[in-house]
Each structure stands twice: as C-alpha cells, then as structure tokens.
Design a protein around this ligand. Structure first.
Ligand code: PLP
Length: 348
C-alpha cells in the first residue's frame, strides 16, 4: 500500500505560500537582471545563487543514480534534519522517535523546535530494536530517526529490519547514511521510489571530504523534497560553495575510501593486541568505537600527546568507550604509538 504522507505534514506548511523569486520566471542564459536589487558590478559573487541548485542537483543525480526531483540539498545534513522537523512536527503537540545512542543533532533539532523526543535504546550488540521503536510510536509520532552506519556505535543495521519500520510505520522514517560510503551495506536510496515515507540522508562531510563547505542531501519522494524546499531558506547554498562542490565532486574518492577502510582494519588489529583495550565494536564507518579499561584517563593521556578523540564514556550504552576517527596512515600510527605509551604507563 502506498503511504499517504500528506496527512503527516503540519497544517501551516501544507498551506504555505513559499517565497518565490522573479528569476523563476526567466529560463534563458543571458539577460538584463534588474529584479533582485543586486549590485550590477561583476566580481563572481554579486548575484544571488540559484535557489533550486539545478546544476549541482543534476551532478548529484548522475552520481547517486537518483532523479534530481528526489534530491534536497541542505547546508549540511543538519539543515535537512531541522527542515524535516519543521515540515512535519507541530511544536508541543507532535513527537519523534529515535534510536539511542545515536547522532546528537536529532535531539537538539527536536528540542529547538519544541518537539518531544522519544529515545529507544539499541538492543544487544547495538542491534535495531524494531518492536520497541514501534511501541514508542503513538498518534502524535511524525518521524522515526535511524542512523546506519550508526554514530557512535559504528555498525549498520540489516536492511530488512529498517525496511520493516518503513513498512509498518506510516509516518516518516529518516535513515541517516552519513557513513554509507565506508560501509559494506548498500544504501536505502533505491527504495525511495516505492516508499514516500522514507527519507535517506547523506552528506559531503565525511567520505567526500567537504565538511567545511556544509553540504548534505536528503533523498526522498518528490513531494517530500518539494515540502522541504519550500521551508528552507531560498539561498541556503551559496555561490562559492556550489562551484567548489561541483569541482570536487568530479574527483573520485574511491582510493581514499579504500585506504580508510584498509587503515580501519590495521588500527583494529593493532588495538586488539593492547592490554588496555577491552573491546572494539565492528565498524562500517570511518571510526572505531573502542571500549577501554579507563576511558577518561586514556582520553586525558591522548590529549596530553596532542591527539583528540571523542570521549563517549558518559553516553548511555557507550560507557567506557572512546570513538576514534581513522586518519592518515601517519596519524593512525601516532595514535597507536600514544596508546602503547599509555599502556606502559598504566602497567608500570
Ligand atoms: C557527521 C554526521 C553528519 C554530517 O552532518 P553535516 O551537517 O552534513 O556535516 C550527519 N549525520 C551523522 C550521523 C553524522 O555523524
């Protein structure tokens, strides 16, 4: 059965007359633009950017094998998360359900929008608790947030289990695939054609090495993309960013992704030998979640050596864990060397 997403949209958004620019009415290449009170003096940046991001979307469409109509481009995936909250959730009335532990922005975006967040702890070995997630849903639940591969647990969830939620929940299921390029698992983007309630988030910030440019994607049904586009700031991606992203997207990342995956295996193998390491969780991402004997002490030691990792010791479900990003071979060697020094310092 095809899901009717329309009844999940906030009334004010369904009724919205979006901002429109006069330039939407002009399709040609050359023209005299006296419609937007811009400066006429060319310096590369005197014109407003294309609010529809047509050129960039065509490039991303070819790259991802998804139609341009199914692509929303945000100022980072963080914008997409916030825009989804604003499209679907009535403040103080609706709620969203999310897995925990997971990416912190779902909770922050919910709080900023005054939307209740219902967190459901992952199961044994960070497994996806499908039944518990469905039990947390009530008539005011508009979205379920999943993240696969998940941050900070590093694992992917089985496709069938995520699709079970998409099938059984009529509201929006958001699957954040920020780390999908590092995974063995395949993206759910091929399912958006059949499931108008599925939104797949991807980003240029990780494997594509453009965290500083702030570009994230939501891949979804045309209607969902349309609603999100009406709610975003018209000029959310600036001219400089678009031109640099278009250039960088032409340079393949396969070699770098392969090196990160190889380094991940090497770092994991080395850490397994360490007496201060208790457990390394399986990773489908560009980081390792590592359970250690004394997370705070090891974190402080690494800081003293100029190495900054993420201390997840106070995150429920990740007690005793540090999250370590895979860097260059040299950086990883520096990490491993410092961990050996730490090991010696505690053994003595
Ligand atoms: C890093 C990360 C992102 C990226 O967010 P951007 O705003 O696109 O930089 C999104 N989701 C998760 C789970 C992440 O870890």
């Amino acid at each position: 059965m095809v899901k009717d997403i329309e009844r999940y949209v906030r009334g004010c958004i369904a009724r919205l007359t979006p901002y429109s620019t006069a330039r939407d009415e002009y399709q040609g290449e050359l023209g005299v633009f006296l419609d937007a009170n811009e400066s006429p003096y060319e310096n590369g940046y005197n014109r407003y950017p294309d609010p529809h991001q047509k050129t960039l979307k065509a490039q991303v469409a070819a790259l991802k094998g998804v139609a341009a109509e199914n692509i929303f481009i945000g100022n980072g995936s963080d914008e997409a998360i916030d825009v989804l909250m604003r499209v679907f959730c009535e403040p103080r009335e609706d709620n969203v359900v999310a897995i925990a532990p997971s990416y912190g922005m779902y909770k922050v975006a919910a709080a900023i929008n005054d939307v209740e967040m219902r967190e459901v702890q992952l199961g044994e070995e960070f497994s996806l608790p499908v039944e518990e997630l469905l039990s947390a849903v009530d008539e005011h639940t508009k979205m379920i947030f999943l993240c696969s591969p998940n941050n900070p647990t590093a694992n992917s969830f089985p496709r069938e289990k995520m699709m079970q939620l998409v099938e059984q929940f009529d509201g929006v299921v958001v699957v954040d695939e920020a780390y999908i390029d590092f995974a063995d698992a395949e993206s759910l983007k091929s399912e958006i054609a059949q499931y108008p309630n599925l939104v797949v988030l991807q980003t240029m910030s990780k494997a594509w090495a453009m965290a500083g440019l702030r570009v994230g994607l939501a891949l979804a049904a045309e209607r969902v993309v349309e609603l999100m586009s009406e709610v975003k700031y018209p000029y959310n991606i600036n001219v400089a960013t678009m031109s640099i992203v278009e250039e960088l997207l032409r340079q393949p990342i396969d070699d770098k992704v392969a090196e990160i995956r190889q380094q991940r295996a090497l770092v994991e193998a080395a850490l397994k030998q360490s007496t201060v390491v208790e457990k390394i969780y399986p990773s489908d991402a560009n980081f390792l979640l590592v359970k250690v004997a004394n997370a705070d002490a090891m974190y402080d030691f690494l800081i003293s050596k100029g190495i900054i990792v993420r201390n997840r010791n106070r995150v429920k479900g990740c007690e005793g864990c540090l999250r370590m990003t895979i860097g260059t071979p040299e950086e990883n060697e520096a990490l491993l060397k410092s961990i050996s020094e730490y090991e010696e310092s505690v053994v003595r």
